[in-house]
Design a protein around this ligand. Structure first.
Ligand SMILES: C[S@@+](CC[C@H](N)C(=O)[O-])C[C@H]1O[C@@H](n2cnc3c(N)ncnc32)[C@H](O)[C@@H]1O
Length: 376
């Protein structure tokens, strides 16, 4: 019952707003690190490491936080670039073990932290990090190759395993697994998850099939059971990824479940707030995202667009409603810019990197500096 309530509460919190995001192509030229050389050093090929190191330009004695340590690919590049102090956060206990191993190599320069973005404030505070003191923060959103490649974690539709998908592993006993979600929720709730988090156009048909399966006393407990059920439901429909390769019809359903189980979008939103709190004025954030839902959140933070606004509005548009009285605080909020984007355009990987690491194909990198806040 407690589990059911947890899952249902999450559905109620689902964000309904779909916001148009526009993307640009990168014209930037990056030459300091050959991205192909970063491969396999750590079991997960880091995406755009050269671009990230160039943007941060780390200096000796600076403080950095890698908020998504994973296999430590980006962390290693940062540690090689200068003699820095690096806090390595990850919600995944396996990634945390890897961070402990890195700390064995680097001693007190590396501080492993086990937790989610929403636990970061207390973790950093416990470790003596004060707000406004960090020089650089990296977020590499989504899940790692280690998570995808491990069949028993249940992230990948190509590897058969239990439908788990919890990045936190077994850290929270009341956290629902993907199987709990599928076997517990009603059709409208499943539709909402598949539509909002997977942008799945056949959400209703799939949700109904999952619901009907329960009447046949069939519960969906493995990745292959779910993949097969979606395939049988959608028949011969063909789908393609960004590289025009055939993709499985259940890909979006898997993405939606993973985002929901891990509350990824709320976490990212919170992570951006936390990064702003801990960075010093002039400190930099670099964020890698892999789908438009994540990029919209990051873009809105960096460009200072209210998450409740239907579309991006200029300052003039914000004041257009003549009948509205704007309090001093509202005027200050409208004019205050929390971030200063470092590049005009979003940065995307080179064709060579996509060739070597197809996982990077949908990556978008945004970099910004924390602004010194001015009162109006
Ligand atoms: C794409 S991987 C990072 C890979 C890493 N940059 C590397 O080069 O090895 C993303 C990692 O972020 C972690 N993660 C995702 N969301 C998180 C959150 N809200 N809090 C903490 N860690 C998170 C995942 O567990 C995963 O290990």
């Amino acid at each position: 019952m407690k589990l059911l309530n947890t899952v249902k509460r999450r559905v109620l919190l689902l964000c309904h707003k779909q916001i148009q995001a526009r993307f640009f192509n990168s014209a930037a030229d990056f030459d300091t690190i050959d991205n192909s050389q970063c491969e396999q050093e750590s079991g997960h090929t880091p995406v755009m490491p050269a671009e990230i190191i160039k943007a941060f330009n780390p200096q000796d004695n600076q403080i950095f936080v890698d908020m998504t340590f994973g296999a430590g690919g980006h962390s290693r590049q940062l540690l090689k670039a200068a003699s820095i102090k690096l806090y390595c956060l990850d919600r995944d206990p396996y990634a945390y073990e890897k961070a402990i191993k890195l700390a064995d190599e680097y001693g007190k320069k590396v501080i492993p932290l086990l937790g989610k973005f929403s636990e970061m404030q207390s973790l950093l505070t416990k470790n003596g990090v004060k707000p406004n003191t960090v020089d650089g923060i990296l977020i590499d959103a989504g899940c790692s190759s280690m998570q995808m490649d491990s069949s028993e974690r249940g992230f990948s539709l190509s590897k058969n395993g239990p439908l788990d998908m919890r990045m936190d592993g077994k850290r929270f006993s009341d956290q629902p697994t993907a199987a709990d979600v599928l076997n517990t929720l009603d059709v409208p709730s499943l539709v909402k998850i598949f539509k909002v988090y997977g942008e799945e156009k056949r959400a209703l048909k799939i949700a109904q099939a999952l619901f009907d399966a329960r009447y046949m006393l069939r519960t969906i407990n493995t990745t292959h059971e779910l993949a097969d059920l979606v395939q049988n439901t959608l028949g011969s429909e063909q789908r393609f990824d960004k590289l025009k390769r055939t993709s499985h019809v259940a890909t979006k359903v898997f993405q939606a479940l993973r985002i929901f189980v891990n509350d990824e979008l709320n976490e990212l939103n919170y992570g951006m707030e936390m990064a702003h709190t801990f960075l010093k004025p002039g400190g930099k954030i670099a964020v890698l995202t892999f789908h438009s839902l994540e990029d919209r959140i990051v873009k809105r933070h960096i460009l200072g667009i209210d998450m409740d606004e239907p579309v991006s509005q200029s300052v003039r548009q914000k004041f257009k409603n003549a009948s509205k009285y704007h309090s001093k605080q509202e005027i200050s909020d409208i004019y205050s810019k929390k971030w200063n984007p470092l590049y005009k355009n979003v940065i995307t990987p080179s064709a060579k990197e996509v060739d070597l690491n197809p996982r990077s194909r949908s990556a978008k990198l945004r970099v910004a500096e924390k602004n010194v806040e001015k009162s109006v």
